[in-house]
Design a binder for this molecule. Structure first.
Ligand SMILES: [Zn+2]
Length: 145
């Protein structure tokens, strides 16, 4: 784990709902990446958050492997700041991707994607802003707490 202020080049994922960053690291692919330098700050003070607390994840170095697509559908308040030479150069809110491919699994045990191991897990953004499994139409349940 890095010191909070150590990032020279990398990204800062900010305004994560307090208590959810650990689960988020799993979805981002951080958990499986053994070479990444990652700092997790839990329960940082936040004026914007209704609870007054937020989590922050910092990733030093190359962050192209991060699965940032998942951020927007998990929590629209999350921001991603790119740090270059110790200074923030870009701040953005990730846009929800139209499709989530092999990021989350369908919870329907009878769905073809649950039965066939070769089957890709694909969810598509529907008109109401929710993701649905393209095979069985099951709405994606996001565990936010
Ligand atoms: Zn399904």
């Amino acid at each position: 784990m890095l010191n909070i202020d150590e990032i020279q080049n990398g990204i800062v994922i900010d305004h994560i709902k307090a208590g959810t960053a650990v689960g988020l690291m799993d979805l981002l692919g951080i958990k499986g990446n053994r070479s990444a330098s990652v700092a997790l700050i839990q329960n940082a003070r936040s004026h914007k958050s209704p609870t007054g607390r937020k989590d922050i994840i910092k990733v030093e170095g190359d962050s192209s492997w991060l699965n940032l697509d998942v951020l927007a559908y998990l929590d629209p308040n999350i921001t991603v700041t790119t740090i270059h030479d110790g200074k923030p150069v870009k701040k953005e809110k990730p846009q929800p991707p139209r499709r989530l491919v092999n990021i989350v699994r369908c919870r329907n045990p009878r769905c073809i994607s649950s039965i066939e191991e070769e089957c890709d897990q694909i969810f598509e953004l529907s008109a109401n802003g929710k993701y649905r499994c393209i095979y069985c139409e099951q709405e994606l349940q996001v565990n936010r707490d």
